[in-house]
Design a protein around this ligand. Structure first.
Ligand code: COA
Ligand code: ZN
Length: 306
């Protein structure tokens, strides 16, 4: 059966939403355990303005001090050349550029037009050429925008092409506030793969309306094998009203494992890691498998009432 690649984003998408500052050494300890959990990529942090995202103000320390596993790609989100310089100084394997398909969300998130974002991405690509650091291009609000509503698929394809023109190795289609429906996911992913067969495309879903795992099933049916997910289902964009967590890593791996998909990710290690998460963030997390157990965790039958 198809192999699926699991990309952990709790330490970026998750921690950027947390009110309480997560101490740097706790971030590093979590990441070191994640590096041993079989996930294929970790989005370690963001090199953004610390005023915009205070919880990730320790990005340099975190990126430099984590223990790296050769089998894992360590990526980081960056918004501008300053972010690229910071990521390069800490030897990130990859930088993840982010622009929204929706103009309104792009201006709220990064305070510029989409064209201005891509002009600065060209500068980033020039700066990074020859460093060996790969570029991934994320398109936020691909499946719907909380301000503008539906998104034109042609605009998604056009912006994906702009990323590829500047040298991006992979593209992420992100559903920032959980507006994607499964049939929409299938149709758009088919179009993307028909146009660029073999392109490493990641799907990044938020479970805001409970459609996250259904969207994964349809993404796989369309041929996409890379999925972002967040331990415990943490996550969300601070610049999108009503944003909530990503699809939950251990719930995703649980579903795919019992469907028979091959993955490097180790379900038991991820469940063990997630069980400490509520103490780390200081609140309940949305993940369901840590509450219910795996489908193979059976209960002893209660005695019949007399
Ligand atoms: N790293 C650290 N600091 C940065 C930075 C970077 N990559 N880019 C800008 N800054 C600092 C500037 O030095 C400046 O600091 P100052 O106020 O102390 O002088 C401040 O941020 C504003 O810089 P400016 O260039 O005027 O940018 P801006 O105010 O238009 O903000 C962004 C633009 C993109 C830097 C900012 O909106 C941002 O970082 N957004 C984060 C978006 C995000 O992560 N969203 C969630 C994930 S999708
Ligand atoms: Zn996200």
């Amino acid at each position: 059966m198809t192999k699926i690649f699991i990309q952990e984003v709790a330490t970026r998408d998750g921690f950027q939403m947390e009110e309480r500052f997560i101490p740097t050494e706790e971030k590093i300890a979590l990441m070191d355990r994640l590096s041993d959990s079989g996930v294929d990529k970790i989005e370690v942090t963001s090199f953004v303005s610390p005023k915009a995202i205070p919880n990730l103000r320790d990005a340099e320390e975190v990126m430099s001090e984590i223990r790296r596993n050769d089998g894992v790609t360590y990526t980081t989100l960056i918004p501008n050349v300053r972010g690229a310089e910071r990521a390069a100084a800490c030897q990130a394997d990859e930088v993840n550029l982010v622009a929204s398909v929706s103009e309104t969300h792009n201006s709220k998130n990064v305070r510029r037009t989409v064209d201005e974002s891509f002009a600065s991405f060209k500068e980033i690509a020039d700066y990074l050429s020859g460093t060996g650091i790969n570029i991934n291009g994320t398109l936020a609000t691909t499946f719907g925008c909380p301000f503008e509503g539906s998104i034109d698929e042609n605009r998604v394809l056009e912006l994906a092409e702009s990323y590829l023109d500047l040298g991006a190795r992979g593209i992420t289609l992100a559903d920032t506030t959980g507006m994607a429906t499964p049939n929409q996911v299938y149709d758009l992913c088919k179009k993307v793969l028909d146009r660029w067969p073999g392109l490493p495309v990641t799907l990044h879903f938020h479970n805001t309306r409970g459609m996250g795992l259904a969207n994964v099933v349809e993404g796989i049916r369309a041929g996409i094998t890379r999925y972002d997910a967040s331990l415990g289902g943490l996550g969300g964009c601070p610049f999108a009203p009503g944003a909530t967590g990503n699809i939950c890593t251990e719930d995703l791996v649980h579903m795919l494992a019992f469907m028979g998909y091959e993955m490097n990710a180790d379900l038991d290690k991820l469940i063990a890691l997630s069980s400490h998460l509520e103490t780390l963030v200081g609140h309940e997390v949305p993940g369901q498998v840590i509450k219910a157990g795996k489908i193979t965790d059976l209960h002893t039958s209660p005695a019949h009432p007399k």
